[in-house]
Design a protein around this ligand. Structure first.
Ligand code: NZQ
Ligand code: ZN
Length: 384
């Protein structure tokens, strides 16, 4: 195992009607908040009214900034930073999915940062202080409700990039599974693929002696495989939605990944695809992750054999390890199609014209990969 500091301060408030507690929890941090949300799902579902009335009951002043898009944009982040500075905001409350939360974190990071907030995403700066962020989550997907990360797209440069800092982990997140009932089936599937990928990025390690976290990763993956189709078939099945929602948090709150060397190549590649084609993150991952497994499998075959047998119940063939590993990959692909997600760039609606640009972007911060170090020509091949 590698050394680590596990520092997850996010209070998770989980269960039916828990969004009604948002005023009580927010009051611990602020008298004045920025309420940050997306394009309207929270108004259609009635969640907006519940949140506002709970905040008002606790005499909290609210300044609103709606309009976060999936693949959240830098320009809105800059508006938010300006608002927080002029209005003396004390807490940013994101209500929505990963995009609203990531945008809130970017604003929180930028408020005290003296330079351009985009510096952080280009690895040209670090924060030493941030506004607290809290969330009412409506989507089981990105895990941003308890993660340190934020992912933002800059409309001008066409770059989508991430920034990580423990200061950005939300102080509390409210998770009511019922708030996910209104998600369309495509978004349920994208969310499942995203959380599944968060586990795979950790699971495909070159680190030895990580049996405990291997088993935790396998448990979370097996649960997601089972839960995602059930949630799509019966969106109002509370217990299924509850488990899937908790899986999204557990997949990305660092617990199951500690002591391991991670990959994150597929995430880097997907961010390039969604920067160019503005696709849903989970759908992009459905295309790139199986392709990555296929491309690097021989470099750490025993790991992919374990994945096949422990996650996908493939019977081990001692005479042909590669066949066993390939069967695991094949089961992953079948599952991806079964929940309605694409496996190729053309199924995703992304033509292959921008491969050079995407390959360059993938390696923007240097070579990538632990299972196998990927160079420009590798990345190009693997995008094709
Ligand atoms: O904007 P609204 O109207 O709210 O609609 C959203 C949006 O159109 C809708 N939606 C959300 N909850 C809903 C709902 N519709 C009906 N009922 C509900 N309960 O769903 C659409 C997608 O929402 P979004 O927030 O974009 O989805 P998600 O949670 O998948 O977040 C994706 C973003 O997270 C980033 C991704 O790159 C992407 O930009 N990620 C963030 C990470 C992190 N911060 O740790 C890690 C991830 O790997 C990921 O990169
Ligand atoms: Zn992700």
């Amino acid at each position: 195992m590698t050394d680590f500091i596990f520092d997850n301060k996010t209070t998770i408030v989980f269960g039916k009607d828990k969004e009604k507690l948002v005023g009580e929890y927010s009051a611990k941090y602020a008298k004045k908040i920025l309420l940050h949300y997306g394009k309207g799902s929270i108004k259609r579902s009635g969640l907006y009214d519940t949140v506002v009335s709970s905040l008002k009951e606790h005499s909290i002043d609210i300044v609103e900034l709606p309009g976060v898009l999936p693949n959240p944009r830098l320009s809105l982040v800059k508006d938010g930073i300006e608002i927080c500075r002029t209005e003396n905001i004390e807490l940013i409350l994101a209500v929505g999915g990963g995009s609203a939360i990531d945008s809130a974190k970017a604003i929180a990071a930028g408020v005290y940062y003296e330079g351009d907030v985009w510096d952080l995403y280009m690895r040209r700066g670090e924060i030493t202080k941030a506004l607290p962020v809290a969330t009412v989550l409506t989507h089981a997907a990105a895990g941003s409700e308890a993660s340190t990360g934020t992912v933002i797209s800059d409309e001008e440069s066409g770059i989508k990039s991430s920034y990580d800092d423990v200061l950005l982990r939300p102080v509390f997140s409210i998770l009511n599974p019922e708030l996910t009932f209104t998600l369309p089936p495509f978004q349920i599937a994208c969310g499942a693929m995203d959380m599944f990928s968060h586990v795979m990025e950790r699971y495909f390690t070159v680190e030895k002696n990580v049996e405990l976290s291997d088993r935790m990763c396998e448990a979370v993956m097996r649960s997601i495989i089972h839960l995602a189709p059930k949630a799509i078939q019966n969106p109002h099945d509370y217990q299924t939605r509850a488990e899937l929602l908790w899986a999204s948090t557990v997949a990305h709150n660092d617990l199951i990944g500690e002591g391991r060397i991670h990959e994150w190549v597929s995430h880097q590649m997907e961010h390039e695809i969604s920067a160019v084609y503005d696709v849903a993150h989970g759908a992009g991952l459905a295309v790139v992750f199986p392709a990555w497994i296929q491309y690097v499998m021989d470099a750490n075959l025993s790991r992919f054999v374990r994945y096949a047998t422990q996650v996908w119940d493939v019977e081990y063939d001692p005479s042909d390890s590669k066949k066993t590993a390939l069967e695991g990959l094949s089961k992953l692909k079948t599952w991806i199609h079964s929940i309605g997600l694409p496996l190729t760039l053309s199924e995703l609606g992304a033509e292959s014209g921008s491969i050079d640009k995407m390959a360059e972007g993938t390696l923007r911060f240097g070579e990538l990969g632990n299972t196998k170090v990927l160079k420009f020509t590798d990345v190009k091949k693997y995008f094709s």
